[in-house]
Design a protein around this ligand. Sequence first.
Ligand SMILES: [Zn+2]
Length: 317
Amino acid sequence: MISLRGLKRLNRYENRLYKIARLAGDLGQLKQVGYSRKSKNGFRFPVYALTLGKKSAVRKYPVGLVAGVHGLETVGVRVLLDFLESIFAEPGQVLKDLKKGKFAIVCIPILNPGGVAMKRRSNPDGVDLMRNSGVDGESAMAFFGGQKLSPHLPYYRGKSLQPESRTLFAFIREHLFSARSSLIPVLDIHSGFGMRDSLWWPYAGKTEPCPDQNLYERTARILCQDQPGIVPESQSDAYTIHGDLWDFLYSEFQALNRKPRFLPFTLEIGTWAEIKKEPGRLLSRRGLFNPPPESKAETILRYRAFLERFVRLNELY
Ligand SMILES: [Zn+2]
């Protein structure tokens, strides 16, 4: 069911996206790159992508940012929109760099708009997009790691690659796979899991270290320098799952044998500490996946600095 509150929320986020594109002027381009899976009453939600930067930098030095993969984890969407807006509302180093063409930002701020409108984690067909790539995990956690039993239960893997997953794959291949910078970073922002924040890298589906493990460790140290609250680790150190979209893209890029390193990261904003302070939040679905309103504003500001470092990674390295 599409919820009126969910729809209004989605509308608010999309309006902010239009506003950011307007603020960016010549440096910004907003376009529709796909559609969500149809809801039961036949509604498809557009998926938008925003690119910020000079055309040549978009082609050569892109940095990827993604949020809203899970429809309930709206704090991730807000963290991303806040950062993008702050680039123009409070101009600083990032805007200078964008104008000079040092890098460009390519992003999909709400990959799962149907999930946001329907106030659910999955897409409109009940598929958990972060279990949907089709890759079988090794020793993945039972149920939570992805299940094929029913779309009416959480963590459903789906029978085929969903339109939202296809949209992400096409976008990443088009914008990041032929980049010329030595590091091609992309950050996917989630919220919910854990007592503290985590910065994860592949693999999510197996415990063996990925070929870029050392590079990831070094890079994470740079990113988390002034962020003691964020703990960097390989995702499988937390848990393993089936069908991780980033594992799929990472392995696909590895097979291209290109010299640059494609580095997908996941930022998981932990909200369980908030639940410990206020156990009633366990009873609300949104409460489980998002910090309470009073600390939400603080959370959003805290990540601005982190995202600034993230987009400037090639300069800082
Ligand atoms: Zn998530």
